[in-house]
Design a protein around this ligand. Structure first.
Ligand SMILES: CC(=O)N[C@H]1[C@@H](OP(=O)(O)OP(=O)(O)OC[C@H]2O[C@@H](n3ccc(=O)[nH]c3=O)[C@H](O)[C@@H]2O)O[C@H](CO)[C@@H](O)[C@@H]1O
Ligand SMILES: C=C(OP(=O)(O)O)C(=O)O
Length: 419
């Protein structure tokens, strides 16, 4: 199993190109299943979750053509299977997003429940309840969601009891081909929801209000083909900005979108970083200074993203002063803290808050990645630790970071993948 070996090589310095967003790419690929035609998707990140999704689409019968730049052409006219089996989807939570498109277009879907993961139990009740309100008949048995609809789904008013990114996306896709109008209240406002809506609208869907908490979808007869480029990954961007801040360095992230990272940029400025932005770039410069610890509380967008929490925990671990990190989205997202403690971090967990007292230096250790962002945070910690850090189980990191070691090497880091 691959591991990452990291040594402190001083301040990061340089420029990197940000990839397309995993969390937009996955729903958009699933959304291509709604299209009665040929779709091409550009700026797709080359990640394990994307490959798994493409494999799933192929199994369903979609015809895929992938060019050398990883642009993918999807012909969804040939879909013949409506089942997403366990062995294919078990590694990927987002696989539940196949439910809405298959049910809406073919009137049936059988999808393996993705199960919990290291960060929490992650139920899908909101996805199922919403589709039931649209007239679907859904049973959950033997680990599978079995959904049927007698003819087309029916437009409905759905009031979400809590904000869920995935459920909002699944219900938008289900409603896109329903009879009549659907309204989703208390919808997630994440930029990835907006990118999905933009993609579907460019294929003929009628979705308005994406990016606000009330989304209206007027069902249409069919979606036609077209082209869409996935939006830049705000979490990958944030991760590299934090890496530069922790190492007291300087970085320019290119091909990104500074307008969807406000909560993160505010906290980096509070930590002492000079941050400048252009149309599609962000530059961060610490001028050699140690970052100051910051207080963070995660919240749905536009609040501080839970997917950046572990990385800020790593920054606080080496920062000046004490910072608290409060996690409000997932019940078990502090696994990285236990590993950072093994590297000499002074972090105490009280309920859903981690109290981080910054230390001058961490010490390298063999650590285990437990989930995607926890893995990233351990890599960042390794960049500031004395001696060697060996991060094990990095298949988690390959779900969400394209060529992380190459990008960090380009910034001057000492990091290599070993088998
Ligand atoms: C592929 C993708 O886009 N993943 C992101 C998505 O995950 P995902 O879409 O799975 O996360 P949700 O927004 O749905 O989860 C938010 C909260 O709602 C709960 N919940 C969700 C659905 C449901 O039916 N019932 C329920 O109780 C979850 O357990 C969690 O506590 O948003 C999360 C929150 O920003 C991010 O951390 C993930 O990176
Ligand atoms: C939790 C994450 O992803 P997923 O929902 O795909 O597990 C993440 O991207 O940090």
């Amino acid at each position: 199993m691959d591991k990452l070996l990291i040594k402190d090589a001083g301040a990061l310095d340089g420029s990197i190109k940000i990839s397309g967003a995993k969390n937009a790419a996955l729903p958009i690929l699933m959304g291509a299943l709604l299209v009665d035609g040929v779709t091409t998707i550009g700026n797709l990140p080359h990640l394990n979750d994307v490959t798994t999704t493409l494999e799933l689409m192929g199994r369903l019968g979609a015809k895929l053509t992938i060019d050398d730049k990883f642009n993918v052409e999807i012909d969804s006219r040939s879909i013949h299977s409506h089942e997403a089996p366990y062995e294919l989807v078990k590694t990927m939570r987002a696989s539940i997003l196949v439910l809405g498109p298959l049910l809406a277009r073919f009137g049936e879907a059988v999808v393996s429940l993705p199960g919990g993961c290291a960060i929490g139990s992650r139920p899908v009740n909101l996805h199922i309840d919403g589709m039931r309100e649209m007239g679907a008949d859904i049973d959950v048995e033997a680990g599978y969601v079995k959904a049927k609809s007698d003819g087309r789904l029916k437009g409905a008013k759905i009031v979400m009891e809590m904000v869920s990114v995935g459920a909002t996306e699944n219900l938008i896709m289900a409603a896109a081909l329903a009879d009549g109008t659907s309204v989703i209240e208390n919808a997630a406002r994440e930029p990835e929801v907006v990118d999905l809506a933009n993609f579907l609208n460019s294929m003929g869907a009628k979705i308005s209000g994406a990016g606000t908490s009330v989304i209206t979808i007027e069902g249409v007869e069919r979606l036609h083909g077209g082209h869409h480029d996935v939006l830049p990954d705000r979490i990958e961007t944030g991760t590299y900005l934090v890496a530069a801040a922790m190492t007291r360095g300087r970085i320019r992230c290119r091909n990104t979108d500074p307008n969807i990272l406000d909560a993160v940029l505010v906290k980096l400025k509070e930590a002492g970083a000079e941050v400048t932005t252009g149309d599609d770039w962000i530059e961060l410069d610490m001028h050699g200074k140690r970052p100051k610890a910051v207080n963070i509380k995660t919240a749905p967008y536009p609040g501080f993203p839970t997917d950046m929490q572990a990385q800020f925990c790593a920054m606080n671990a080496v920062a000046e002063g004490t910072g608290t990190i409060t996690e409000t989205i997932f019940e078990n997202r502090f696994m990285h803290v236990l590993e950072m403690q093994r590297m000499g971090a002074d972090i105490a967990i009280e309920g859903n808050t981690a109290i981080c007292r910054g230390v001058e230096h961490l010490s390298g250790a063999q650590v285990m990645a437990t989930d995607l962002r926890a893995s990233a945070s351990l890599v960042l910690a390794g960049l500031c630790a004395d001696g060697e850090t060996l991060v094990d189980r990095i298949y988690h990191i390959d779900r969400g970071y394209e060529t992380i070691e190459e990008k960090l090497q380009n910034l001057g880091a000492s990091i290599k993948r070993i088998g």
